[in-house]
Write a protein that binds this ligand. Structure first.
Ligand code: SF4
Length: 281
């Protein structure tokens, strides 16, 4: 049974889950209290979830709420070994519906009470609400920023928070004494992967006191190309074929990824941020 939000047209279903704390390739575990994400980013890799949970609605237009998330977690916590939990890997745990449902908050609270560490990554300043339970605990608060331009952000991440609000999240997390991170990615080919954009992004990260900086190229994950291509055709028709090459032509892709990596590393070192780049000297 689905409800449709009269204002946003978001289709919301309540579902039950068997488990909520799952083994992860990123950290020890991942936690996703929702299937689907109303932020609706054009490049979202979590679209692959539709293979396992098919929906009639397009990505970004539905959210399944795992109403028994807290009960499922409590059950798992009786035997789960404490470790680091990535929140969230296949949705944004602080997408707008979390404001009323508060499932991510309740699960984070329980995990911290049971000795787990949290690695938070979001595009929504709603996470500020939960700083009271993060205070003094092993939590790394991170935001994703793919472009310094809020005009581009509005095209590619239409329902996510503004770029400025995301920087505000990490700035305030840092001021609160929490560890912080930023994921600069996917940097948008030919739109936010140029020297100046990268400089601005890294300078902002440095100014906000970010501890760990990740970066990434746009990846050809399943189901991503259709929505990226549709956006390009509509907004940047001249870039559509260049994106296709960067994503799918192996030689072009290799050169592109190497060039991007070298550019980011060079600029980060010049700005004195090389030590903060994850995986780099
Ligand atoms: S915020 Fe993350 S999970 Fe949500 S649509 Fe954007 S990329 Fe996907």
């Amino acid at each position: 049974m689905a409800d449709v939000d009269s204002k946003t047209k978001l289709v919301v279903r309540e579902v039950a889950c068997k488990t909520i704390l799952n083994r992860s390739s990123i950290d020890d575990y991942s936690l996703n209290c929702y299937t689907g994400c109303s932020h609706g980013c054009a490049y979202c890799y979590a679209r692959y979830m539709q293979r396992f949970h098919p929906h009639e609605e397009p990505w970004g237009a539905f959210v399944d709420v795992k109403t028994n998330a807290v009960e499922a977690l409590d059950r798992q916590l009786r035997s789960a070994r404490p470790g680091e939990v990535f929140v969230s890997s296949a949705c944004d745990g602080w997408q707008p519906i979390e404001k009323e449902r508060r499932l991510t908050r309740a699960c984070c609270q329980r995990l911290l009470d049971c000795g787990f560490r949290l690695n938070v990554l979001t595009k929504n300043s709603l996470v500020l609400r939960d700083f009271d339970i993060f205070d003094g605990r092993p939590v790394r608060v991170g935001v994703t920023v793919t472009t310094p331009s809020d005009t581009l952000r509005a095209l590619w991440e239409p329902k996510a928070d503004s770029v400025e609000n995301r920087w505000d999240v990490v700035r305030r997390a840092h001021q609160s004494g929490l560890e912080t991170s930023v994921m600069l990615g996917p940097l948008l080919p030919f739109l936010s992967d140029d020297q100046r954009s990268i400089e601005v992004l890294l300078e902002r990260a440095g100014d906000a006191g970010v501890d760990v900086i990740w970066f990434d190229a746009l990846n050809p994950r399943p189901k991503v190309w259709e929505s990226v291509h549709a956006l390009l055709q509509h907004q940047f028709p001249d870039l559509a074929e260049r994106y296709r090459s960067v994503l799918f032509a192996p030689v072009v892709r290799k050169a592109y990824c190497e060039g991007l990596h070298n550019r980011v590393v060079r600029i980060a070192r010049r700005l004195g941020l090389g030590q903060r780049l994850a995986g780099c000297d």
